[in-house]
Design a protein around this ligand. Sequence first.
Ligand SMILES: C[S@@+](CC[C@H](N)C(=O)[O-])C[C@H]1O[C@@H](n2cnc3c(N)ncnc32)[C@H](O)[C@@H]1O
Length: 320
Amino acid sequence: MAQSERLNNAFNKLITDEDTNLMQKNARQISEDYRNSIGSNKRIVNDENQAKAYAASRMRATYQAVYDSLKYINKISCLNADSLLDVGAGTGASVFACTDLMIIKDIVLIEREESMISIGKKLFSLTDDNSLVKAKWIKGTLQDIDVNSKYDLITASYVMNELNDEDRISIALKLWEMTKDTLLIVEPGTPKGYRNIIDLRDILLSKGAYITAPCPHMDKCPIEEDDWCHFYCRVERTKLHKQLKGGEAPFEDEKYSFIAFSRKEKQLPVYRILRHPKTSKGHIKLTACSKQGIVGITVSKREKERYKDAKKLKAGDDFY
Ligand SMILES: C[S@@+](CC[C@H](N)C(=O)[O-])C[C@H]1O[C@@H](n2cnc3c(N)ncnc32)[C@H](O)[C@@H]1O
């Protein structure tokens, strides 16, 4: 089945008779609340109508950000997981992305809002995927997580930015303790989201974690103070999406920052492309992160194979 099709199908079944005006009102309120209370530990989604509005307006974008992050990980080293823990799971977007790429036997999700869990469970039950139907949802806070449970893969998408600084660090350390193979953290592609990632990068590297993606090295991040490392994923907008968010654009670009930590050392690429490549007559100019810092690379048409490869590059890709 095509990427995200299971999520779209489940969602369309869930909202058949839904009142879009109410969803529109809730979606606007939620996005305003998120803008105003990031990092405050404040509860934003309080009932099922709001959870549905969250799912309608955000889930496709958060799904895509996790999906693309996993694809970047897979390019470095093929990710397989028998067990998955998703924390701050919301309505389960990350689990849809993981299970679109891998067959996972044991899935556990932790989420503090009953309403998010309820909508997530309904979405899972509307797929015919047995691993989703029998996934275990735990209503609880990340502050109380049980570090004795271990999982091959742990995902935390768009949740670290909802925690205060102290909780973010202690919870990331606990998640790392619980990780058997890979810990993936995805955040909004904002200066604050990147800052969260980079702070956790320093802390977890000091605990012996290895990086799988996106960094092509494990030295200090060379991104300058007023810049931030982030990537884009393109998300098609459905009719409902346009109604909820306004405008007629057929797609939107979701900005996200991410990092994947591994228990095992990986062969990292030489370069990670940071900006959209610029093509001029006979050349392609690239800006990339590397062990030597942020570098400009010019690939000439005369370098036949390399030029052919460079022509296909987009921001976020690796390059050798
Ligand atoms: C922005 S949503 C992201 C949901 C989902 N991971 C996604 O990517 O679509 C953040 C979720 O984390 C949950 N959350 C925030 N702080 C939490 C905490 N301390 N313990 C458990 N869940 C938490 C919120 O209730 C919310 O559902």
